[in-house]
Design a protein around this ligand. Structure first.
Ligand code: HEC
Length: 156
């Protein structure tokens, strides 16, 4: 009996912070990410790009599993073009940190593409892909898009 009670207390402690115990999904009620106001067109364009990135990661992963390093390079090259495909007006408006994260992503995927062929080392590429993912999650943790009237002046 005493054992069961301890189990219950332990489970409560683990589940309490997640809100699962009360039947709520484990999401925070407040979204603290910084807002970037975008037009509907801008949002659609960048979101399509984002979904392409997820496809790209899938292609890289598949190629790595087959040790197909040319395939890795082929999939990695377009993944650096996050800022290049962004409309100029939006590029000038987004915060500097957003741009830096985009540039970081660009550089690491260039390195992945180059090293995949030059070094032919699956383990090294795996480490580089992990580094690339820190740019994805770093930016997602920090920013969100809200469709609205886009400000004329850069928000810096
Ligand atoms: C410089 C910032 C930045 C980087 C880097 C970035 N993203 Fe995003 N991504 C965003 C923002 C902002 C959103 C929209 C989030 C929101 O409004 O809630 C988003 C949304 C997404 C979505 C949702 C798309 C949809 O249709 O709803 C996917 C998938 C995604 N990103 C994948 C990736 C992947 C994979 C990477 C890395 C290879 C990546 N992103 C890198 C900023 C970024």
């Amino acid at each position: 009996m005493a054992n069961k009670r301890w189990l219950f207390i332990l489970a409560s402690l683990v589940l309490l912070p997640t809100g699962l115990q009360a039947g709520h999904p484990a999401v925070p009620a407040v979204d603290n990410r910084a807002v970037i106001v975008v037009s509907e067109v801008e949002r659609n364009l960048v979101m399509e790009e984002m979904r392409e990135f997820l496809h790209g990661l899938h292609s890289i992963q598949l190629a790595l599993a087959r040790k197909d390093m040319n395939g890795v390079a082929l999939a990695a090259r377009p993944m650096g073009l996050i800022l290049h495909r962004m409309p100029q007006a939006m590029r000038e408006r987004v915060p500097q940190t957003f741009v830096q994260l985009g540039l970081g992503q660009h550089e690491i995927f260039e390195v992945i593409a180059r090293d995949a062929v030059a070094k032919n080392d699956v383990n090294q590429t795996l480490g580089q892909v992990a580094e690339a993912l820190t740019y994805c999650s770093g930016c997602h943790d920090t920013y969100r898009f809200v469709v609205g009237r886009t400000p004329v002046k850069p928000a810096r």
